[in-house]
Ligand binder design. Sequence first.
Ligand code: NCD
Length: 337
Amino acid sequence: MHFPGAHIISVSQFERSDVERIFDVASAMRPYAHRERVTKVLDGAILGNMFFEPSTRTRVSFGCAFNLLGGEVRETTDIKASSLTKGESLYDTGRVMSGYSDIIVMRHPQAGSVAEFSRASRVPVLNAGDGPNEHPSQALLDLYTIKRELMSRQQGIDGMHLAMVGDLKHGRTVHSLSQLVSLYSNIRFTLISPRELRMPEEIVEELRQRGHEVVETEDMESGLTANDIVYLTRIQEERFANKMEADLYRGRFRLNQAIYTRYCQPNTVIMHPLPRDSRDDANELDNDLNQHPNLAIFRQTDNGVLVRMALFALTLDVADQVDKHARDVNWYTERRF
Ligand code: NCD
């Protein structure tokens, strides 16, 4: 795809070569994200960071990524404080907001909303999650993490065995990640969820059509065996009619040290998009795995900054100029990445 000026709304926009290009640029961002070098390549540029749904890491890491490239960030976070509650259309908001920024990142509770917004925008719009639909930057950072974890085991993405667990119906991260992974070859997907929360049929169909093996099961124990990656997800309570309905599923599938040791092959990488629901009745990924070397959740969040820097650098067409506007840092930076 042609990145400069592009909106990034869905992983279906990418070919495998686009993904590899994003990953190459992301890796080149490492000295900047790790505070060894400072760049001002986006000096003067403004990011409109518009989050109309709760978020911590996605919002802050997009903002941080933009700052790390030398740009400034303006945040809009409360849907009740915006004119959308006065009946303004997403189209009008998009047209207006694009006059105030050089690029926009947007999260919104409605599927398709970010695409609608982007049609009015005169600057690139990056989808940071549109309801239960898609979350492309998360899928990219997840796959970047998978690639690196497997590389350290002398393996590649092609041929990997990936299990996804939890609320696969409402989880936008698994929708985007499975479709992104399907650009590679010969993957075995094991989809572990309650029957009512299965991966949407059209996505399963697409994975199969692309030649991958898809196993759907409600049985966590058998599903966990023989995977390279286990990707856990939270029950997406906010997508249910009420809390009681979500409670029916919360806590059904949990991974902890004992279950991991018993059912997973020893090298299995443990992933989760976060936030994990650490309340007692949920706890889909137990704290007793926190020190486990195969727990990649905080490597995912660190990698998120690199990948988001790459998306900005590519859509604003500065990927080749980052180093030209760089210098060493002046301050103490001994952080352990
Ligand atoms: C996810 C999301 O918002 O879809 N979080 C994130 O962006 N890392 C997953 C979730 O909320 O469960």
